[in-house]
Design a protein around this ligand. Structure first.
Ligand code: ARG
Length: 588
């Protein structure tokens, strides 16, 4: 379905054309003076020079040709040449009524579906998820959902960090602690046990311990490097041990991502592309693009137009080992082969921008994927604490994600228990939902590239631009609809009526902007646009609610019309929060 703003632009464009002017001048935008009009067109000013005419004269001519348009209830030409427009109520109603019968409320499906891979999450195995993992998970999940809703084939890949030095460090430390395990016995030829020789908590303690020790003891570090190399070269016992590390970690990660309502289609890791690295490297060498520099194998990626120096992309380190660039490049090869994607979107900390610039350029230069395929880096900013520094616990440590969520859920629980007698289980579930909305909305309502302050107090408030406020609005609508049904009303086959009050009309004008908003959020990869939209919508709804007798309305036609408007508003709000990755309770 066409976008509302386009439909009304069309009307004005026709009038420009009819008056002998370029139709393009007739584009309409939302008014920046809502006290004067709802939409405006500034085309007369833009055309004045070209047509050597005073803007107000052009505007008046166009105005005359707009008289018959069904779209506007009022059109005015005002100095110096603005066209001030008000939408016809019936026209608005017809558009809304059509939109709500359309699939996805009129979001037009693409002529050609794109295949899009979203690379997000990026956790490293054997390390618990901490607050630093919030942003890639939350933003990536939403970008994935928006792209999917816009009609594309979208694959979310967690891209686990599971192949580097940390693995060697863990193996080394395990060997110190449990030297008798069969995994270390080189003469062992039997099957390895199915049960892992450690728990997730042990693993999470071993890793930082081993990594700390590597920084202090050269000999220990050498052992860890050796173990990493042996693992990557396929030593049987180490591979089996590594598989245990992976399994234990991944099931813990899955549990935690589930709490965040984040779901990946692929659980691929750096290790999965290890096997295709040699081939890739051979090709780069053969084509003369990779050469040895200071012992390492590199590809130059600098370009003449560069303002700053871009170092070469290191393909193999001087000891022949693969690094972070290598696995990302090989992953591109794998993705190209499996999916031939139209785009790969990387949702990663913006401090990794240089890495991705090198990887993208290298991938282009060595033609790892089709030229038309898009590689896109969506770098997000840092989540800071109230002091403006990266978010830490009170004692300065990194906060585990689980604890953070739990802490906020507990606060929410106390809040909702204060004023309502909800059954225990429902109260807990509801508290979890509100906490998730608070955290996700608090993040997503900011433009991703910006740093932001994680302000628990503000995020959990039931008022203002927050997740809980949105849920509260949704629950308010649900409860009105429930009450209506409880009193014997039926919600079947209700239709909206033409708005008679400003509050009603404002709400409708927001609703009809849905498909344009989705398209914009998709092309811009911008969940914050969904947030801005629903915050406005929620505000408009609440103004309408306060200004209108709904359930006590005597006029049955009006009452049904209002209830239909509530149903539509509810559907749109719930669709939007689904795009953001959270959901609403029945009551709170
Ligand atoms: N594991 C990486 C890290 O902790 C993030 C991975 C991001 N994705 C990628 N394709 N490199 O920094």
């Amino acid at each position: 379905m066409k976008k509302f703003i386009e439909v009304i632009s069309k009307e004005v464009m026709k009038a420009f054309e009819k008056s002998g002017y370029d139709a393009e001048l007739g584009r309409v935008s939302v008014s920046n003076r809502p006290d004067l009009c709802e939409y405006q067109c500034n085309g007369a000013m833009a055309g004045a020079k070209q047509y050597k005419k005073a803007p107000i004269m052009i505007a008046n001519e166009v105005l005359a040709n707009l008289k018959d348009s069904q779209a506007f209830s009022s059109v005015e030409a005002v100095m110096p040449g603005f066209l001030n427009l008000k939408i016809d109520e019936k026209f608005l109603l017809d558009f809304l009524n059509k939109m709500v019968t359309e699939d996805k409320f009129g979001v037009e499906m693409p002529e050609k579906k794109q295949t899009i891979i979203v690379d997000y999450g990026g956790p490293n195995v054997a390390k618990p998820l901490h607050v630093g993992h919030l942003r890639p998970a939350i933003i990536g999940e939403s970008i994935k959902r928006i792209a999917r809703y816009a009609g594309h084939q979208v694959i979310g890949d967690v891209h686990l960090g599971d192949w580097g030095m940390p693995m060697g460090q863990i193996i080394t430390e395990l060997r110190v602690r449990k030297p008798d395990l069969c995994y270390f016995d080189e003469n062992y030829t039997g099957e390895y046990p199915k049960e892992p020789p450690f728990t997730i908590s042990e693993l999470e303690e071993i890793y930082p311990y081993a990594s700390g020790k590597c920084k202090k003891e050269e000999e220990y570090k050498a052992k860890a490097l050796e173990a990493t190399a042996q693992l990557q070269n396929g030593r049987r016992g180490y591979r089996a041990l590594w598989q245990h590390i992976l399994n234990v970690s991944v099931s813990d990660l899955k549990k935690n991502y589930q709490k965040l309502n984040v779901e990946f289609d692929l659980w691929m890791g750096e290790s999965d592309v290890d096997g295709i690295i040699p081939q890739m490297v051979e090709r780069m060498k053969k084509e003369g693009l990779a050469y040895i520099s200071d012992g390492a194998l590199v590809v130059d990626v600098k370009e003449e137009t560069d303002k700053k120096e871009l170092p070469p992309c290191i393909i193999l380190k001087s000891d022949g080992a693969a690094n972070y660039e290598t696995t990302d490049l090989a992953t591109i090869v794998w993705r190209e082969k499996e999916y031939s994607p139209n785009a790969i979107i990387y949702v990663v900390d913006k401090r990794q921008e240089l890495h991705f610039e090198q990887v993208f350029r290298c991938a282009r230069k060595t033609k790892l994927l089709r030229e038309e395929a898009d590689l896109q880096f969506i770098g997000f900013g840092t989540m800071n604490g109230a002091d403006g520094k990266p978010f830490k616990t009170r004692d300065g440590g990194v906060l585990r994600l689980e604890y953070l969520l739990q802490q906020i859920a507990n606060e929410m629980y106390d809040k909702i228990k204060e004023n309502k007698e909800l059954p225990e289980e429902e109260a807990r579930n509801t508290a979890n939902m509100i906490a998730l909305a608070a955290v996700k909305y608090g993040d997503l309502s900011n433009q991703a590239s910006k740093d932001y302050i994680f302000d628990t107090e503000r995020f959990t408030s039931f008022e203002g631009d927050t997740g809980p406020y949105l849920l509260y609005t949704i629950v308010r609508i649900k409860s009105i609809l429930h009450k209506f049904e409880e009193n014997g009303g039926s919600l079947e086959n209700l239709t909206c009526i033409a708005p008679t009050t400003a509050a009603e009309k404002d709400l409708m004008k927001d609703l009809v902007g849905f498909n344009a908003m989705v398209e914009d959020a998709f092309t811009e990869r911008a969940p914050h646009k969904v947030c801005a939209y629903i915050y406005r919508l929620a505000n408009e709804f609440n103004s309408f609610y306060h200004a209108t007798k709904i359930l006590s309305q005597e006029d049955a036609v009006k009452k049904n019309g209002y209830l239909a408007l509530l149903q539509n508003t509810l559907c749109i709000l719930e669709t939007c929060i689904e795009l953001l990755g959270f959901y609403a309770p029945e009551r709170m």
